[in-house]
Design a protein around this ligand. Structure first.
Ligand code: SF4
Length: 200
C-alpha cells in the first residue's frame, strides 16, 4: 500500500484525507468531528470493529444505524436525512476512486446526495493499486465475503470465493458506485485510512 499516493489521489479528486494507526484513534477523531451533528451510518463492518456507534451516541443528538435498531427500514430512512454520513468502502484505488457495492442501495445513496458531510473509513486491506483492481476487489472479494457472512446461498458463498454474476434471489450486489470526485454541493468529503485490516 502506498499511502502517500492514495492521499494524493484522493486530494486530487476533492476529498480530504486523514490517516490513523489504530481504529480507536480514528473513532476518537470522528467523535470530535461529529459532536453535535446528526449522523447516519451505512452497513459497515469497519464502524462496528472500531466501536464507532457507541462513541458517536455519546456526543451526537441522533445516530441512525440500522445494524443497531429494531426497525431497520426506519433507521435506513432516517440515516438519509442526517447532517453527516459515515460508511466504509469495499475498495479504494490509490488513484483516488472509491468503490462500493450494495444490495439495498442505502449505503450508496448516502454517499451520493443529501448529506453535507460524508466520511469514508477504511482499513489498509481495502487499498488497491488502481481502479480496475478496486472494482475487482469489490466484486470478487468484498461482496462474496459479505454474502458468506450473511449465510446466503449464492454461488460465491457456497462455492468458489469469487463473483459468478449470479441471478440468485439472495444476490447481495445489486448496484455499484465509483466515487470519482467529491460530489457537488457537499461541504466536506473525507477519507479516513486506518493502518489495520478491517471489514471485508
Ligand atoms: S453477484 Fe452473486 S455471485 Fe457475484 S458476488 Fe454478488 S451475490 Fe456473489
Amino acid at each position: 500500500m502506498d499511502a502517500e499516493k492514495l492521499k494524493k489521489g484522493l486530494e486530487g479528486r476533492g476529498w480530504s484525507f486523514k490517516s490513523f494507526e489504530t481504529g480507536a484513534q480514528a473513532a476518537d477523531y470522528l467523535a470530535g468531528e461529529l459532536a453535535g451533528a446528526t449522523v447516519g451510518i451505512g452497513g459497515c463492518g469497519t464502524a462496528e470493529a472500531i466501536g464507532l456507534y457507541d462513541r458517536l451516541k455519546a456526543v451526537c443528538p441522533d445516530v441512525a444505524w440500522h445494524w443497531k435498531e429494531q426497525d431497520m427500514d426506519a433507521a435506513r430512512a432516517r440515516a438519509m436525512t442526517t447532517d453527516a454520513y459515515v460508511c466504509s468502502a469495499n475498495a479504494v484505488a490509490e488513484t483516488g476512486e472509491i468503490v462500493n457495492i450494495d444490495g439495498m442501495g442505502n449505503r450508496l445513496a448516502g454517499t451520493l446526495f443529501g448529506h453535507r458531510r460524508v466520511y469514508i473509513v477504511a482499513g489498509r486491506n481495502k487499498v488497491c493499486p488502481d481502479l480496475d483492481a478496486a472494482v475487482y476487489r469489490a466484486r470478487n472479494v468484498a461482496a462474496p465475503l459479505r454474502a458468506r457472512s450473511m449465510g446466503k446461498k449464492t454461488p460465491c458463498a457456497v462455492g468458489e470465493l469469487k463473483c459468478h454474476d449470479c441471478r440468485s434471489p439472495e444476490r447481495v450486489c445489486c448496484g455499484m458506485t465509483i466515487l470519482m470526485h467529491r460530489m457537488m454541493g457537499m461541504e466536506k468529503c473525507e477519507f479516513i485510512l486506518i493502518d489495520e485490516d478491517l471489514g471485508m
